[in-house]
Design a protein around this ligand. Structure first.
Ligand code: FES
Length: 125
């Protein structure tokens, strides 16, 4: 599958708000997000590994004050925002599902793959 533009680079501040977009995960409509951590774009399915619910505190807010940890709003699972690994809490060792994203010429792109694909209605959230 070819790459899809998700947002502009300037939409993502280091350790700041995420940019949400829609995906199909295993045939089911859900959301995903991209954040900038250590000046690299990182993207995950917006689905906690504890209970399959969205994790934002407020729309597009996932990171704690350090800007390096994703905290699930429901029961507080902690994930490493660089790779989605569980750092502690109810995720109990289970990581987030990671999406393939890259950045070039001021734009951020997602490469759909495996179980995470483009919904028929497009990715705009
Ligand atoms: S649903 Fe995320 S910690 Fe329970």
């Amino acid at each position: 599958m070819s790459e899809i533009k998700v947002c502009n680079s300037e939409d993502l501040q280091e350790g700041g708000m995420a940019y949400r977009f829609n995906v199909l995960y295993n045939g089911e409509s859900t959301s995903a997000f991209v954040v900038r951590v250590d000046n690299e774009v990182r993207s995950f399915l917006n689905r906690c590994s504890h209970v399959p619910v969205e994790m934002d505190w407020n729309y597009g807010e996932f990171l704690d004050d350090s800007g390096r940890v994703i905290v699930c709003a429901t029961h507080g699972a902690n994930y490493d925002a660089t790779d989605g690994q569980c750092l502690g809490g109810p995720c109990a060792g289970s990581p987030l599902v990671r999406l393939h994203v890259s950045e070039r010429a001021g734009e951020v792109f997602w490469k759909p793959a495996d179980l995470v694909t483009v919904p028929p209605e497009g990715i705009e959230d």
